[in-house]
Design a protein around this ligand. Structure first.
Ligand SMILES: [Zn+2]
Ligand SMILES: [Zn+2]
Length: 182
């Protein structure tokens, strides 16, 4: 077994998207897209594309195996982190989830999801104060809107309840009591 211990290991959080994870991994190791591409024997532009789901380029199974070895993550887990087939193009956020775990989640980009299942809150597609689009999750190292500086976790106050929740105040109170953890 080859010794790859020169890398600083970054542990993916359950549900974390590949782009967000790759951004964290690259920053922790001070690696450029090019350096990772060279290691994997692929083009630099491809690694960049893997971090930007709207470009619709995903690592192939073989590339995932090589990547898994580099980042020391199980290939099956890496596969789960890939962007969904039916992709919502704008980067989305559940601020309530983010307040608990500081990662972008793959499930937020599913085109058939508009609401966070855990919090029954509508997913945000832009900053609720200045309406600037979110940056691609690979660049989320400062946890805030790049334009007005509002912290992602503070955006929770602007997230709306889903239609169903609005009709059921009792359930919504229950969710708040169990889900906030503050
Ligand atoms: Zn949530
Ligand atoms: Zn903003």
């Amino acid at each position: 077994m080859a010794d790859e211990s020169w890398v600083f290991r970054v542990v993916p959080v359950p549900g974390e998207s590949l782009g967000h994870f790759l951004g964290r991994f690259r920053r922790a190791n001070g690696l450029s897209h090019r350096a990772i591409a060279d290691y994997l024997g692929v083009r630099g532009a491809w690694v960049q594309d893997w971090e930007i789901p709207s470009r619709r380029r995903k690592p192939t199974e073989l590339q995932r195996l090589a990547l898994a070895k580099l980042v020391e993550v199980d290939p099956k887990q890496l596969a789960k982190m890939l962007p969904p087939e039916r992709l919502h193009l704008q980067t989305r956020l559940c601020a309530a989830c983010y307040a608990e775990t500081l990662v972008h989640q793959t499930v937020w980009q599913r085109a058939d999801k508009a609401v966070c299942d855990r919090h029954a809150l509508r997913l945000l597609s832009a900053c609720p104060v200045c309406e600037t689009d979110f940056r691609t999750p690979a660049l989320w190292d400062d946890d805030r809107c790049e334009h007005c500086g509002l912290l992602f976790r503070q955006m929770q106050a602007h997230q709306q309840l889903s239609q169903r929740q609005r009709r059921s105040p009792a359930l919504s109170a229950k969710l708040e009591a169990s889900g906030s953890g503050q």
